[in-house]
Ligand binder design. Structure first.
Ligand SMILES: NC(=O)C1=CN([C@@H]2O[C@H](COP(=O)(O)OP(=O)(O)OC[C@H]3O[C@@H](n4cnc5c(N)ncnc54)[C@H](O)[C@@H]3O)[C@@H](O)[C@H]2O)C=CC1
Ligand SMILES: O=C([O-])CC(=O)C(=O)O
Length: 335
């Protein structure tokens, strides 16, 4: 027992020494995400970049007594983005505009595609070996954009590119617990596919409630998980979309990437990744559980046994997914 504790505490203090960079750090997600990263003991160097406000956020967060230094940069420093990225291990990208009521995530493409392309170019130049975690919407298109930029730069590593879909997983646990009357912290739901409407596919048949949920409950839950983002967009009424729950989701995902880099075993998270699962059908990216390790993705898990209902959801998801992926790719390759 003693040796196990000693070993674990050794691995979490001796090896943990990571630089993490947030691009879009002064935004609605960026600020609370940066705060949560300041509390992660594996992060020893936190770099915050935004076109505005990042030095202020960095100064504020830097007073929290954890063992990391925090620096903030804007384009006012011509080398700011380079400084934020050089030597970094993990890059999180929540830069870009959020939705307003009545918009789909795809409606953000025209603005966010260019932002993500430009930031990906800088990451390829200054941090080509970093794990890149894309939060900016539409994730189903922005992640393929990053891939194409990295390919053009000759630095693409499919094991280090992630679309962050963790918020769908958090919502699934919470919403399921509300229906089942259980503790949400013990609910685990695998959510696969993509990160937008019908491309979000919760696999409720893989939960412990498989045989107790009625079909009506299953249908309603599935719909709520698929369109959970809309609830927040509507409630915020023009002031943006999910920021605080997304910060928690992003911090959890980054924490898992760091655990993997740090050599922790059996770290598994669903993520939208360059995947062989449906590649033969021309769908290059798909979200499923991945095992994270010292080199990024160690293993991409299959979907497991699906119910007929879920098979149908996957079929529908694939149609939208393919279009969004191709749209992202074309933005770079046909530019
Ligand atoms: N993957 C997911 O599950 C989720 C994704 N999102 C997406 O995250 C993105 C950000 O959302 P919010 O933080 O609410 O928006 P926000 O508008 O509050 O913040 C965005 C930040 O990005 C910055 N920014 C814009 N262009 C930039 C550039 N070229 N370089 C660096 N920073 C830049 C802005 O100055 C701003 O501070 C949106 O696209 C939103 O749709 C939101 C929630 C969940
Ligand atoms: O709904 C949005 O636009 C933001 C988002 O991706 C989410 O909350 O899942």
């Amino acid at each position: 027992m003693f040796s196990r504790i000693a070993k674990r505490s050794f691995s979490s203090t001796a090896a943990a020494n990571y630089k993490v960079t947030v691009l879009g750090a002064a935004g609605g997600i960026g600020q609370p995400l940066s705060l949560l990263l300041k509390l992660n003991h594996r992060v020893t160097d936190l770099s915050l970049y935004d076109i505005r406000g990042a030095p202020g956020v960095a100064a504020d967060i830097s007073h929290i007594p954890t063992n990391s230094t925090v620096n903030g940069y804007t384009p006012e420093d011509a080398e700011g983005l380079k400084k934020a990225l050089t030597g970094t291990d993990v890059v999180l990208i929540p830069a870009g505009v959020p939705r307003k009521p009545g918009m789909t995530r795809d409606d953000l493409f025209n603005i966010n595609a260019g932002i993500v392309r430009d930031l990906a170019t800088a990451v390829a130049d200054h941090a080509p070996n970093a794990a890149v975690c894309v939060i900016s919407n539409p994730v189903n298109s922005t992640v393929p954009i990053v891939k194409e930029v990295f390919k053009q730069k000759g630095v693409y590593n499919k094991n280090k590119l992630f679309g962050v879909t963790t918020l769908d997983v958090l919502r699934a646990s919470r919403f399921l617990s509300q229906v089942a009357g259980t503790d949400p912290t013990t609910e685990k739901v695998n959510v696969v596919g993509g990160h937008s409407g019908y491309t979000i596919v919760p696999l409720l048949s893989g939960t412990k409630h498989k045989s107790t949920l009625t079909n009506e409950q299953r249908d309603a839950l599935t719909h709520r998980i698929q369109f959970g983002g809309d609830e927040v967009v509507q409630a915020k009424n023009g002031a943006g979309s999910a920021t605080l729950s997304m910060a928690q989701a992003g911090a959890r995902f980054a924490g898992s990437v760091l655990k993997g880099l740090d050599g922790e075993k059996d770290v598994i998270e669903p993520s939208f990744v360059d995947s062989p699962l449906f590649a033969e059908e021309g769908i290059e990216f798909f979200a499923s559980e991945v095992t994270l390790g010292p080199n990024g993705i160690e293993k991409i898990h299959g979907l497991g046994e699906l119910s007929n209902f879920e098979e149908e959801l996957i079929k529908t998801a694939k149609v939208d997914l393919k279009k969004s992926i191709v749209k992202g790719q074309a933005f770079i390759t046909k530019a």
